[in-house]
Design a protein around this ligand. Sequence first.
Ligand code: GLN
Length: 322
Amino acid sequence: MIYPTYEQADISLQDPAAVRQVFLEGYENGLSACQYGAVASYIPELAKADGSAFGLYAWKKDGTILDLGDTTTRFSIQSISKVINLAVALKYRGFRDVFSHVLMEPTGDAFNSILKLDMVESRPFNPMINAGAIQVMSLLEPEFSFEDLLAFAREICLDEEIRLNEEVYRSEAETGDRNRAIAWLLKSKEVMQGNPDRITDLYFKMCSLNVTAKSLAGLGLVLACGGLNPFTGKHLIAPGYVRTIKSVMFTCGLYDESGEFGVRVGLPAKSGVGGGIVCSAPGPMGIGLYGPALDPKGNSLGGLTALEHISHRLKLHVFDYE
Ligand code: GLN
């Protein structure tokens, strides 16, 4: 992992020019880190991404934006859809019901690991790993169509242009045997109800939503505003559920790199193997990143690098007191 060295943190959030400079430095650090990463190839369609692409979009409640680099390219949301699915599940099934089906513990294992599921505890450890997200999807599949979930994704990402990426969906569906295995294992243990094929199909479709760095900034902004769309005043998720979602993102959002990200960046975030990262920050501010060159754990290397710089320089870490 390539991280910049620490410098003195002395920038005020109230100084727009200084803040812009910090974001620019973060962007430049992130851009140069991309050369050390590699695009995901286990879903064949993802291997076509341009590993040198990098974009950063920061969006504040007052409408202020910072738009750097590649922020209009559409790419698949992948695991970041787990945040959206969890939001819908909490909204319609409630906290108790959701967390009687899935735990809220980080695993320290890879996102698609099956290990703990069979050896430690039958319920998936958290909603941000594949097993947990598939379990959450089993709670939604009987009630919600793909169109319903897509409509919610558009609302919560402040992006009406989000659509299904058919190529990525087909590629995932063709090569998603491990996810199907997870679903059938959950079914065999009777922790999951329903039809594993239909459930994984909906999971694949949600992973294949085409977003931009800006859509992810929109999602981060709504989360930073406690579930409120700051531009329309519409409540999309209750603040208590947003607190839950951000806590799970903080502890589990970066797979088996969540602990290190918590120490180095200290903000709720979620990554996807398409190269996206959504981050919810004080301000309130949403930060969306796109950099498909990944580190070995499956996280955007440029995204991690940029976020560490920005969080440190602006003292955004949740445990920075001042
Ligand atoms: N669709 C991917 C999978 O299920 C999502 C994983 C990810 O982004 N980490 O394998």
